[in-house]
Design a protein around this ligand. Structure first.
Ligand code: ADP
Ligand code: MG
Length: 390
């Protein structure tokens, strides 16, 4: 850390500008949370009209590697965070010479690269799915039979199931590797998953950690579909996931909010899947169902403020709203809003494309079953309307 960074006051007071790399929905929800505490937010994003840029106090329209844009951010902001895990680590390093940056470039770099991430998870004592690093086509020639059927995942720049190809047989691997650009990949065995879990945790500037309740996640086509909280698993399994996520944050010497995704196998074994060095889609329920949301916590941690309570008010189910629902135009939101304890969040994206995350809603209820039923009934109604177009 440079002298300038060390001399910054530990607590950044409301009124200051906070910088944000990335203009997506995670950034939008961070911006809104920080603004409601009185901070101002400056977003750096290359798009003209991004979900976060359109609500921020200032928008620097520039590429993440643009020196001028980064200098503008550094000169106005007391601290900078990121909402986008593929933000170049060198940009974070550059910014850290001028202002506080959390999470640090080194933590983000681990999560940006599946090969480093898996090695890190294993070194932290967490079990991961059987895999092999594939750096060239020659690496596919042997030692892969036990990983089939498998998933070839590009090591860098994947998200929401992108940059992944499923393979049943060895003879499909060469084509899949070429299709992914011949870039470093991991070939991972496709496991029969009993369910998926995630745990969002925060670690403050003082090193204090706190976890939110563990979420049970359902995915469709590699994209998160539904999060159910609390997860319907034995307390010991939820505690193991929480402890593992906290251990990851400690071991990375992490500052800020991170999420660890887990697989649970039929025999109850818990495997770590991946780390997101930022708030996570499976933590959106915290906005409406917890005392402190993951986005408020991100602002608290960034500003060196004490962390807030993560207690859950009650059972909650979050449903992602994808662009597919716009097949007949704007969905009829009364299907959601007629549930008195539903909270709708739309991200202000102008163009709805299939698979694009446009928003989410969270349903609160006295039991998980009741929340799930109401949440899925609403989605069924939205889907029925959209299906009329097909
Ligand atoms: P992303 O970065 O796109 O989230 P993930 O590696 O988390 O990539 O994969 C997305 C989803 O695909 C997972 O949440 C899970 O549902 C499924 N998946 C990924 N890897 C495996 C695997 N080895 N076995 C079974 N399902 C998997
Ligand atoms: Mg994932």
């Amino acid at each position: 850390m440079t002298r300038a960074a060390r001399e910054l006051p530990r607590m950044i007071e409301p009124g200051a500008f906070l910088g944000l790399l990335g203009g997506g929905q995670l950034g939008r929800m961070f911006t809104m949370a920080a603004q409601s505490m009185g901070y101002r937010v400056m977003v750096l994003d290359p798009g003209a009209d991004s979900p976060a840029g359109s609500v921020a106090d200032a928008h620097v329209q520039a590429d993440y590697l643009d020196a001028q844009g980064l200098r503008t951010l550094a000169s106005h902001c007391a601290a900078v965070t990121t909402e986008f895990e593929n933000v170049p680590a060198e940009s974070l390093r550059f910014l850290s010479e001028h202002c506080r940056v959390s999470p640090a470039a080194d933590s983000v770099a681990v999560a940006q690269d599946r090969i480093r991430e898996k090695q890190f998870l294993a070194s932290a004592g967490l079990e991961v799915a059987p895999y092999k690093v594939i750096e060239s086509a020659g690496d596919l020639a042997e030692g892969v039979a036990h990983l089939l059927p498998g998933i070839l995942k590009r090591s860098r720049l994947g998200y929401d199931g992108k940059g992944q190809i499923r393979a049943e047989h060895a003879d499909q691997l060469g084509g899949a590797f070429a299709h992914l650009g011949g870039e470093p990949c991991v070939l991972e065995r496709r496991l029969a998953l009993a369910l998926e879990l995630s745990c969002v945790v925060a670690r403050g500037l003082d090193g204090r950690t706190i976890a939110w309740p563990v979420a049970e996640n359902e995915h469709a086509s590699g994209i998160l579909d539904v999060s159910i909280v609390p997860a319907r698993v034995p307390p010991g399994l939820a505690a193991a996931a929480r402890d593992a996520a906290l251990a990851v944050a400690e071991r990375l010497d992490y500052r800020g909010v991170l999420c660890v995704e887990f697989f649970v196998l039929d025999d109850g074994r818990l495997l770590a899947n991946e780390i997101a060095p930022r708030p996570h889609n499976s933590g959106h329920y915290t906005i409406d169902a917890c005392v402190t949301s993951q986005f408020e916590q991100q602002a608290r941690a960034l500003c060196g403020m004490p962390l807030g309570d993560t207690a859950l008010h009650g059972p909650a189910v979050m449903v992602n709203v994808l662009g597919d629902l716009w097949a007949c135009g704007e969905p009829r939101w009364e299907h959601v809003l007629r549930i008195p304890r539903a909270k709708l969040h739309l991200y202000g994206k102008r163009e709805a494309r299939p698979g694009r995350k446009m928003g989410h809603y969270t349903v609160l209820a006295d039991s998980v079953e009741e929340a799930l039923r109401a949440a899925l009934d609403a989605r069924e109604a939205l889907r029925n309307d959209a299906a009329v177009a097909l």
